[in-house]
Design a protein around this ligand. Structure first.
Ligand code: ADP
Ligand code: MG
Length: 438
């Protein structure tokens, strides 16, 4: 019999032989069976000041019930929780393996507007674990760096506080390990293992929703750690309130600390991420290719990385350096999948013409009247935004204009978007109209 089940039986005997208040106070709420050594059960006591009293008054009874449950003579040793935990660390091979990927560091995390706040919160949590934000809840879409940031916290704490016990696990792993532990009658050990962590990182916590036993166990672990000011970090693909079938009490606990989101990176950040990766991996990829990828592959950092890997593979297979032509060839499917490719300049122009009730002829013609130049500039800007066409190509379809004219138009609109909120709303609306019209 494992000591977890042994302890459960012992407790039912103790319960019958002690008065209710003493049993709940000194045993149930206080004692944690922690390890077994040569017929001795090591018990951790949360109230370590009371250990001498408990030993004097209850140790003989505990040992009697323990032996009765085990069917052989057994001893018990009551230690403070932390002393008791030291007895397992040597025997538990998984005792201090944080399961972190050492590549996921703050140094390698590129910060932009989309993740600045999340990054700052993660840094604060890593600098003073358990004190700054607890729990820290990071949410955002797939491939946006949640796992990276969470592991960066773990890696930084590991570096700054080597004695702290850190554990990273996904909520899937948590569920599976818990189920295994229940089947092997090792729930106590598993519980004890989680509860002696100083930092618990649970990734993709949305997957525990709807699983009752897991939520219950997680709730208890959360409370234990939280009450002892241990740092908890959680990630999810959505904010706590939007996780369906998540127990209300868990949802509210997830919101006790700080909830931050990571948004998809803007083009500038995408380019910075690409440049960093290229430098780190020592890849030979020209700048204009990086710009093209940053421009076309929106939304997901993992996809950006995929493009680089693919280009590198293509280049080594063909034994030719990466070029713009190779980029268009090797990444054609990736680019083609994207909506922006399906939007044509014509569609943008028609939408803008309809909206402003100007004719296509005027739009691409020479007139410099304001009623025409504004729609024209917006149409050029949106064509640049939505189609992935180059500046000269856009100039061509807008009545054979020079690419510098197109660039000037784009800059004018970009500037207006910063300062003029009604203009910015309007451009946004037009953009949506084009996207919906395709
Ligand atoms: P998520 O957990 O949100 O799905 P990941 O953390 O797994 O996303 O990130 C996907 C990939 O993108 C990882 O390889 C990660 O290193 C990289 N990544 C994401 N965001 C950044 C960033 N801001 N800077 C550098 N790399 C990033
Ligand atoms: Mg992840």
């Amino acid at each position: 019999m494992d000591f977890g089940s042994l302890w459960e039986e012992t407790c039912s005997l103790l319960k019958a032989q002690m008065n209710y208040v003493s049993y709940t106070t000194w045993v149930e709420d206080n004692m944690i069976p922690t390890a077994e050594e040569n017929d001795t059960l090591i018990i951790g006591a949360k109230m370590d000041g009371m250990i001498p009293m408990i030993q004097k008054k209850y140790l003989p009874l505990i040992e009697k019930c323990l032996s009765e449950s085990a069917g052989r003579p057994m001893k018990a040793m009551i230690l403070s929780k932390s002393e008791a935990e030291k007895r397992i660390s040597g025997t538990d091979p998984d005792g201090n393996d944080p399961r972190l990927n050492t590549k996921y560091t703050f140094e390698r995390f590129v910060v932009g507007d989309s993740n600045r706040f999340a990054n700052a919160a993660a840094l604060a949590a890593a600098e003073s674990p358990g004190e700054a934000y607890n729990p820290l809840f990071i949410y955002g879409g797939v491939g946006l760096g949640k796992t990276h940031l969470m592991q960066a916290i773990g890696n930084r704490i590991h570096q700054e506080y080597p004695d702290k016990r850190i554990l990273y696990l996904t909520s899937e792993t948590f569920t599976n390990e818990l189920v295994d532990a229940i089947q092997q009658k090792k729930t106590f050990e598993y519980r004890a293992k989680l509860r002696r962590m100083d930092v618990l990182l649970v990734d993709d916590v949305q997957f525990i929703a709807g699983r009752d036993a897991t939520q219950q166990e997680f709730f208890n672990t959360f409370n234990e750690l939280y009450n002892e000011n241990k740092q908890i970090v959680l990630t999810s693909d959505r904010p706590p309130k939007d996780i369906q079938r998540l127990e209300e009490r868990l949802c509210s606990r997830f919101e006790w600390g700080l909830v931050v989101d990571i948004k998809p990176p803007d083009e500038e950040t995408r380019l910075a991420i690409l440049r960093t990766k290229v430098e780190q991996e020592n890849m030979q990829i020209p700048g204009d290719v990086l710009q093209e990828i940053a421009h076309r592959v929106e939304g997901n950092v993992r996809e950006l990385e995929g493009c680089l890997t693919r280009l590198t593979a293509y280049s080594s297979m063909t034994r030719t350096p990466v070029s713009m032509e190779m980029c268009n060839l090797a990444l054609r499917e990736i680019f083609d999948q994207r909506k922006i490719k399906q939007i044509t300049a014509e569609l943008v122009m028609r939408t803008v013409c309809d909206f402003y009730t100007v004719s296509m002829r005027d739009l691409i013609g020479p007139t410099r009247k304001r009623e025409i130049t504004v729609p024209r500039q917006i149409a050029m800007y949106l064509t640049r935004e939505l189609t992935g066409m180059s500046l000269p190509q856009i100039g061509e379809v807008f009545g054979g204009r020079d690419h510098t004219t197109v660039m000037h138009s784009c800059k004018t609109i970009e500037a207006a978007l910063q300062t003029d909120s009604s203009r910015s709303k309007l451009v946004d609306q037009l953009k949506k109209m084009v996207q919906q019209a395709q």
